[in-house]
Design a protein around this ligand. Structure first.
Ligand code: AMP
Ligand code: MG
Length: 303
């Protein structure tokens, strides 16, 4: 998944030996999601599905089907701002390899857009099949990390782990009660400076951050980041980072990408409409808009 992973497991002292096995089990979950859903692997289930676009219904695994149906749910909720069919645009803009990171010809953008649209993925739950329209390809980079975190957390819970934290590239899921009590407290990276912008605290669920500072290129002082507005075919400009807290890591992952695309006005309305969900969005000048929710609290530093 081209990112960093940290798994933290808390066990009582007399149970300490089991923590190693817990870490292995959780790690296996992440590995299996990577094997199935990475586009960096030509033999992943997702890569094999993409090459069969336009050739009728394809049977897929339960996990791939679940992620695709959740992706469809968030595509609808966000009016297409979150859309896993952006793959041809991500490829055209060079975000898989950064070799030819440059503004593509307008005609190429229009051509790639022809394959984009969440209605071009047809899911049949009873048959567990997926049909991709011709020229349509799926990129789960905006949601699969969250799914992997949820799987790892579920495995740790099933093994009786009392408390744990899984961080896959800023997609962070928590389990149980933090040792010492009180809510979980997660630092939010400043998008332009090497310091924390603040913290978010919550008692259960997950958080995810989408930023323009890890994967981007610049042309004439304009910054083009790896998150693309499927409605225009262009990378989003004017947003530096979006953080979401939600009941599951998969929801937080999809929604942080959606909030990044939708921007503060529409984005915070979407977040406010969802139970147990809160968000924060920051522009390149450091202006922050927060949409809180119940016991989910954002604490921002004033400097
Ligand atoms: P994230 O870091 O979770 O916001 O995901 C960003 C990744 O999701 C990108 O690197 C692309 O692979 C993919 N992506 C880009 N734009 C979108 C979009 N509008 N909807 C869904 N996935 C996207
Ligand atoms: Mg995401």
């Amino acid at each position: 998944m081209a990112t960093a992973l940290a798994i933290t497991v808390y066990r009582t002292h007399d149970d300490g030996d089991r923590a190693d096995a817990d870490l292995d089990a959780a790690f296996q979950d992440i590995v299996s999601v990577d094997r199935a859903m990475s586009l960096y692997r030509p033999d992943s289930e997702l890569s094999l599905l993409n090459v069969r676009a336009g050739s009728g219904p394809i049977e897929v695994s339960e996990s791939l089907f679940d992620v695709l149906s959740t992706a469809e749910e968030f595509a609808r909720a966000s009016n297409g701002a979150f859309d896993v069919t952006v793959q041809p645009l991500v490829e055209l803009w060079g975000f898989y390899r950064f070799e030819h990171a440059a503004i593509p010809p307008v005609a190429d953008i229009e051509q790639a857009r022809g394959g984009v649209g969440h209605g071009r993925v047809v899911l049949d739950r009873a048959a567990k099949t997926v049909t991709l329209a011709p020229n349509t390809r799926v990129d789960l980079g905006g949601i699969a990390k969250g799914y992997a975190v949820d799987r790892a957390i579920a495995t740790l819970a099933a093994r009786g782990v009392p408390a744990a934290l899984v961080d896959l590239g800023g997609n962070i899921g928590v389990l149980g009660v933090r040792p010492g009590g009180g809510p979980w407290s997660i630092g939010i990276q400043h998008p332009r400076e090497r310091r924390l912008l603040g913290r978010v605290t919550f008692s259960a669920g997950a958080t995810a951050t989408s930023g323009d500072y890890d994967r981007f290129f610049e042309v004439d002082g304009r910054r083009f980041s790896h998150i693309i507005d499927p409605r225009t075919g262009w990378p989003v400009e004017g947003v530096a980072a979006a953080t979401v807290v939600a009941p599951t890591a998969m929801a937080a992952d999809a929604l942080s990408t959606a909030l990044f695309v939708l921007g503060p006005d529409v984005g915070t309305k979407l977040i406010a409409s969802l139970p147990g969900t809160a968000g924060l969005i920051i522009d390149p000048d450091g202006h922050v808009v927060v949409q809180g929710n119940g016991d989910i609290q954002f604490e921002l530093k004033s400097d």
